[in-house]
Design a protein around this ligand. Structure first.
Ligand SMILES: C[S@@+](CC[C@H](N)C(=O)[O-])C[C@H]1O[C@@H](n2cnc3c(N)ncnc32)[C@H](O)[C@@H]1O
Length: 280
């Protein structure tokens, strides 16, 4: 990554279209670089972290909707744990990879190619569990509308689970030469996205993709308040000193699979998990 700056204000749809174009280009490269990983996953295994499994609880026989399901690996992991899964992603490449994996793993899994904001035009019904994780919220410009979509698809008595990078973590310099936590960006977003230039995107590790992506910063208060305003009741919000990917070059991956700060750097929350319920 070479840095980020605030973009000129445009219709968010313009930025989302550009992001989608980037995901269409990154995803096949990522699938190729992760091919042995995908082959291994086809043979078996569950790629959701233990802490997520513990928080979401038993999903056997439950319907589960995974928003921004990418190549479907986590969606199909929930299927292996017994859920009846539906994944949604606006990338046709990601959806095609997910459908191909599903043929070998869970033929009844559904994958819908759609922008999260347009989902009511593509999908009916409600789900026992709605799930999102690890690199999702920052792609969404409008939290209020997002929370309405989440609430729309959560069944009465059902739950929504989100595991995501912590808004505080986005304040710090992520450049490849960063050696410590150095606050570089503001917490409060004026509405325009931040424009990021990547040479080697996190989204496609091991590849030399070059391009721009547009992300929106969302504070913790805005995330929680949007869900409450949409009619969901917050069950818990846990802040965590680790994150699911090497967000900073100096993070260390430990035996638990998560990326942690070295011991000599003061702790800050790097991720959070949130559970919300839709009242009956
Ligand atoms: C970092 S990946 C998420 C990883 C994913 N949670 C997983 O389980 O592997 C982000 C995904 O969000 C998708 N995406 C971004 N903006 C979206 C939108 N507005 N609607 C639907 N999908 C979107 C991208 O295509 C990409 O697959």
């Amino acid at each position: 990554m070479t840095g980020r700056e605030r973009a000129v204000a445009e219709d968010p749809a313009v930025y989302m279209a550009e992001n989608r174009r980037q995901w269409e280009s990154w995803t096949p490269r990522k699938a190729a670089s992760a091919r042995s990983g995908l082959d291994g996953f086809r043979r078996g295994g569950v790629r959701v972290h233990r802490v997520e499994r513990d928080e979401v609880g038993d999903v056997s026989g439950r319907t589960l909707l995974h928003l921004q399901s990418h190549m479907g690996v986590r969606t199909l992991s929930w299927a292996r744990l017994g859920a009846r899964v539906t994944g949604v992603d606006f990338s046709a490449e990601g959806t095609a990879t997910a459908r191909s994996l599903a043929r070998a793993i869970a033929p009844s899994a559904r994958f819908v190619c759609a922008n999260v904001y347009d989902l009511p035009e593509h999908l009916d019904g409600t789900f026992d569990v709605v799930y999102m994780s690890h690199g999702t919220l920052g792609w969404l410009p409008d939290l209020g509308r997002w929370a309405e979509i989440v609430a729309r698809f959560t069944a009465p008595g059902g739950r929504f689970h989100l595991f995501e990078a912590h808004p505080t973590a986005w304040l710090f310099d992520q450049r490849a030469d960063a050696r410590e936590l150095c606050a570089r960006h503001g917490y409060f977003s004026p509405g325009e996205p931040l424009r990021w230039r990547y040479r080697r995107p996190h989204a496609a590790p091991g590849t030399d993709a070059d391009g721009w992506e547009y992300c929106w910063g969302h504070g913790m208060g805005a995330i929680v308040t949007s869900l409450v305003a949409a009619g969901l009741a917050i069950g818990h919000l846990h802040e965590r000193p680790f994150v699911a990917w090497p967000m900073f070059p100096f993070l260390e991956q430990r035996d638990d699979g998560w990326w942690h700060l070295p011991d000599d750097i003061p702790s800050v929350p790097l991720s959070f998990s949130l559970m919300a319920h839709k009242p009956l």
